[in-house]
Structure formats: C-alpha cells, structure tokens
Design a protein around this ligand. Sequence first.
Ligand SMILES: [Zn+2]
Length: 312
Amino acid sequence: MKTLAIGIDIGGTRTKIGLVNLSSGQVEGILITPTETKDGDQFLKTIGEAISQFKRKAATEQAFLAGVGIGVPGFVFADGTVDSTYGFLEFMDDYPLATHIQQQHDLPCRLDNDARVVALGEAIYGHGRGRSGVPVSRVLVLTLGTGLGVGFTIDGKLDGQLPFAHMGGHMTITTNDFVCYCGKTGCLESLVSGAGVGRIATRLGWSKKYPEVPLTAESIFAQKHSGNPDAEAIVDEYLGYLKTGIDNYINLYAPDVIVLGGGIAKGLSKNERDQLQTPGLLRPFKAYKTTVLISELHEQAGILGSAALFKE
Ligand SMILES: [Zn+2]
C-alpha cells in the first residue's frame, strides 16, 4: 500500500501544503494559501481545508496517510507546542498547534523548525541521496531567503533534540556591524539573508546612486551579472561573509556536502558558486573533503521535509 504524508511549509507570505509519496519523494499535489499571521482560528480553517482535501484524495487512492508534518518558522517543543515565532505568527506563542490539527483531522501531527525540516527534505530526497545511490552521511543545509536557515543531518536524521538546536544562523561574523533581530551584533543571518544584501547596499550608498533599482537581493545580483561595478562590490562583500560562515560551519560540523537553498542560492552564477567552494579546510586532515552544492528541490524542500517527519 502506498504511504503518503501531508507536508506544510509556513512561509512569510504563502503557506504551501503538499501531499507527498514518502517512498518516492514525489509531491502528488500542492495547495498554496496566503499565510494568516494574526488570527489562529482563521489559520486553522485555511490549512484545514487543504488537509481535508488531501485526506479525501488519499482515501480515494486507498493509500495510507501517515499524518501531517509542519515546518514552523520559530521554536517548537517536542510535544508539538510552538514556543515562539519571533512574533511572526502573532497568535502562535505557547500554541498547541499539533494538538489542534490532531483533534480537527484525526491524524497524527508532527512539528519541527522550518530550517530543520528543509534539511531533512534535502537529506532524504535531495543531494543527501548521493550521486551513485550511496547516501551522504553528513549534510549541512543553509537556506538563504528572508532569513538564514541552518539544518544538519547525519545519515538522513536530524541532529540534536528539540528545542533550541537551530540557532546556527546567529553565529557572530563581525563585532561592529548590523544589530540582528535576536539582539546580537554582526550575526551571519543579518548579513547573508535577503535583507542583508539590502543592508550592505544601503551602507555602500546604492539607493542614492540607483534610486530606480529595487533594493532587493534579486535585482542587485542581476545588476552585478550585467556588469555594474557598484553591484559587484555589494555582492563581493556578501559572498565574503557567506564564505566566512561556511568555513566556520565546516570546522563545527565537518559536513560531507553543504547544500545552499533559497532564492539567492538559486541565482548564484557559476563563478560565484566556485568562490564558495572551500577545498583544504579542516586542516590538517588531508582526506577531508566537502562540496558546496545548490539545492535542486527548489520550492518543494519545505513540503518534502515536513512530510518526511513521518518517514520511519
Ligand atoms: Zn542574530
């Protein structure tokens, strides 16, 4: 019998709900709704409609539906209570999300931090599968999006017990730079997220010189790729921070592969990707080798990883 699970990826503006075949990693259906950030009842109602629809689809196919997995942008306790989302989802402080879903849909529900589930998705269905069918043991996944997500897996399993095992983005890179929303100064996340590109650009006077160009990572990288030297200076500084972060993570995690996901990673040129490769680190171990790869799961990584919370 086919085993399916529902994976839910709560994003900044959109929530993606997918029905995943757990053995093949195929996403058999996706529903996308605007993310409700203020009203808990409305949030449950919106995602509840999608869950019900996929529940009916699984029943029609006579498949086994293992449960609902959710990647939450914040802290999660092992009992399925959300501790905090940094105020992003206003109603979700000390919020028993898993219990609500279980009661409403009569299905098991498992939660984890969103960056961690993306790493799980990559480990099981992405680059972690390995090229020649030999799974990669140690996989570090960095998601460069609205923030910086950090997740690490060993042999296809998440490393570390919940909670509080996912603050890797707040590694200090400089001691006199931007103040991060976590309260510290010079966090990697505040420099290499989408907003980080904007901050570097603002400091270098970009908006005064190019008021017509939107202050987004996408447009600044595009300007660099078309030869703008001011954009090149911004991107060079950005890549320097990212490379420093990657080098530090290598010394901490000794990953076999590092997977970069998210919109910024997808847009990196071949040359920029090469700048991030770090052969010869973790000295003096001559046999150590790591490779930096770009995710090929794209927008489905969060859905796959959330569903994979049910992969036994
Ligand atoms: Zn921080």
